[in-house]
Design a protein around this ligand. Structure first.
Ligand SMILES: Nc1ncnc2c1ncn2[C@@H]1O[C@H](COP(=O)(O)OP(=O)(O)OP(=O)(O)O)[C@@H](O)[C@H]1O
Ligand SMILES: O=c1[nH]c(=O)c2[nH+]cn([C@@H]3O[C@H](COP(=O)(O)O)[C@@H](O)[C@H]3O)c2[nH]1
Ligand SMILES: NC(=O)CC[C@H](N)C(=O)O
Ligand SMILES: [Mg+2]
Length: 536
């Protein structure tokens, strides 16, 4: 969100404070984000140790932090140097809160600097593995060997340890790689325990969260479901109604299942067929909701309205905007016909929340996601987002506990604008038919070869490129179909899948044999970056 970083942070703080009213039952650790690539990872690792953890901006006021009532606070790493002008510093009142603090890398240097130690440019930078000798294993380094391999990434170093702190670990290059003040429960470590290259890094974070801060390991997905169901009931009340837009994807389905458990018949779901869904998807989604989830689903066939507005449109961003706008119009029609509704439920996840405000600076718009920023104010609905503090893998666990069928759980993510972003150039009935049919073949062959569950997404795209083929001695000037199969952890980066040649061959044969109008098949071998997962 270019230009609104500060505003976003303010908003987030307010939201965090408001959210806290509901969340104060569970012990938590808060991570102050000083801009490290790994801030997110610290948060994830703490949650893996079953302690709830949130990431907040480095300049979150002590007052807001007090309201959150964390058991302990972690300062993340960051690219700045503490001695530089304008370097990010936390609210100094935080040090007086009496809460345990763990500083990591830049966070360690912040501690050193704050308590009168000295941070300087080191003679040599240190990137990569280093051997840490443990000098004190009484708390932070409890249950570790006498030395571990740790992972470093820094150019500055603590030259003078502040009063009250003692060295609890050192490396060859860094005599004060780990320091601690047992009395005040403040610790600084120059290395990164959150990355896998640090041996037993999880144990260190667990020691801080559970032993030093005394946070109870009560964060798991069943307890999340129990508290969230209660919160939804309180928030929505007994007589208000919620409309949830669902796509059959994992996020919106999980929202629907969670809301359904909480408020039953006060929930209605709407699924819109924009004519650009996967083969038979409209039937599948309706069936799965009825048969497996038992949730009331309003099905809207809006094919004609979407496709007529998209006719002749070739610009990818224009397509996305039209689809976003038409989605909103469809929601309004449904709300009028089946309403009144007071709430709109959305499947926003934690990375979406964070990327829109906390750690990332002004970012370029690569693609307009139809559901972000497209929420029409005139819908006059309050938004409820029960998954806004969860990561995707946590959502999958929630879905499993809510008995969302595997069939749905294992489906590949599918973009809201659907085939519109897989059909390059104008959307025509012929290209839509080819994309649908060829994609189905790609999915079926990956399933048969045991690859479907191993890859992130797999599909066939089609554009206006044509190539000559010969079918039964006839010349055919058909379409070139592009097959794309990618692996990814979070869709932020991706790599093309090295499928065995025989699998590619079967896909290619079947497409040219079975899909009328397709003469050539190509395989996309671009990673993300520089390419993206979807071609438009
Ligand atoms: N065809 C549709 N009808 C109604 N709402 C939709 C449709 N497609 C997308 N949406 C809405 O847009 C949101 C974003 O879509 P997105 O694809 O990111 O999530 P998802 O479909 O729930 O999960 P996944 O990422 O696994 O596909 C959905 O959660 C849903 O609220
Ligand atoms: O709900 C969505 N609305 C959209 O507008 C949208 N565009 C891309 N995607 C999905 O996001 C991931 C990253 O895609 P890209 O590498 O193409 O940006 C991939 O998983 C894409 O399928 C979307 N999902
Ligand atoms: N990774 C970090 O937090 C780096 C901290 C600081 N900028 C340094 O170079 O030492
Ligand atoms: Mg989807």
């Amino acid at each position: 969100m270019p230009g609104c970083l500060q505003g976003c942070w303010k908003r987030l703080e307010a939201e965090i404070m408001a959210e806290d009213d509901n969340n104060n039952k569970i012990d938590k650790i808060v991570v102050l984000d000083f801009g490290s690539q790994y801030s997110h990872l610290i948060c994830r690792r703490i949650r893996e140790a079953n302690v709830y953890c949130e990431l907040v901006p480095y300049n979150t006021p002590a007052k807001a932090l007090k309201e959150m009532d964390p058991k302990g606070i972690i300062f993340s790493g960051g690219p700045a140097s503490v001695y530089a002008k304008g370097a990010p510093k936390p609210d100094r009142q935080i040090f007086a809160m009496g809460k345990p603090i763990l500083g990591i890398c830049y966070g360690h240097q912040v501690l050193v600097d704050n308590f009168g130690g000295k941070v300087k440019r080191a003679a040599s930078r240190e990137y990569g593995r280093a051997g840490l000798k443990i000098d004190d294993d009484s708390d932070l380094f409890k249950n570790l060997d006498t030395s571990i391999n740790c992972w470093m990434s820094h150019g500055d170093a603590a030259e003078k340890v502040p009063d009250g702190f003692k060295v609890i670990g050192h490396t060859e290059n860094s005599q004060s790689a780990a320091i601690g003040d047992h009395e005040r429960k403040m610790y600084g470590i120059q290395f990164h325990p959150e990355v896998v290259h640090t041996e037993r890094g999880m144990q260190i974070l667990k020691n801080f969260a559970q032993e030093i801060s005394g946070a109870k390991p009560e964060w798991d997905m069943q307890s999340f479901i129990d508290t969230t169901v209660k919160e939804i009931r309180e928030q929505v009340g007994k007589d208000k109604r919620v409309l949830a837009a669902v796509s059959g994807g994992i996020d919106s389905t999980t929202v629907a299942a969670l809301m359904h458990r909480a408020i039953g018949k006060q929930l209605s779901c709407v699924f819109i067929n924009h004519g650009l869904l996967r083969q038979d998807e409209e039937k599948e989604v309706v069936r799965l909701f009825k048969e497996h989830l038992g949730i009331d689903l309003i099905y809207v066939n809006a094919e004609k309205r979407f496709l007529s507005r998209l006719k002749g449109v070739t610009d990818p961003e224009k397509k996305r905007k039209i689809i976003g706008d038409q989605f909103a119009k469809e929601f309004v029609t449904v709300a009028k016909k089946h309403g009144p509704f007071q709430w709109l439920a959305q499947g926003t996840l934690y990375p979406d929340v964070i990327e829109s405000g906390v750690s990332k600076g002004p970012a370029a718009v690569i693609k307009t996601h139809h559901n972000v920023g497209g929420l029409p104010k005139w819908l006059k609905l309050q938004v409820i987002e029960p998954l806004r503090f969860l990561y995707k893998d946590e959502v999958r666990k929630v879905a499993k506990l809510l008995e969302v069928p595997d069939e749905l759980l294992k489906r590949h993510p599918f973009p809201g604008p659907g085939l519109a972003v897989r059909i390059i150039g104008a959307i025509t009935p012929e290209k839509t038919r080819i994309a649908k049919h060829a994609s189905k073949i790609v999915e079926d062959e990956l399933k048969a070869a045991g690859y479907y569950d191993k890859v992130w997404q797999a599909y066939a795209a089609v554009g206006d490129d044509r190539a000559v083929g010969v079918l039964g001695d006839e010349r055919v000037y058909g379409h070139v179909v592009m097959v794309r199969v990618v692996e990814s952890i979070d869709a932020m980066t991706a790599d093309w899948t090295r499928l065995p040649y025989d699998v590619i061959e079967r896909i290619s044969n079947r497409i040219t044999n079975e899909v009328e109008g397709a003469t050539w098949v190509t395989y996309a071998v671009s990673s993300k970056p520089p390419a993206t997962i979807e071609p438009q």
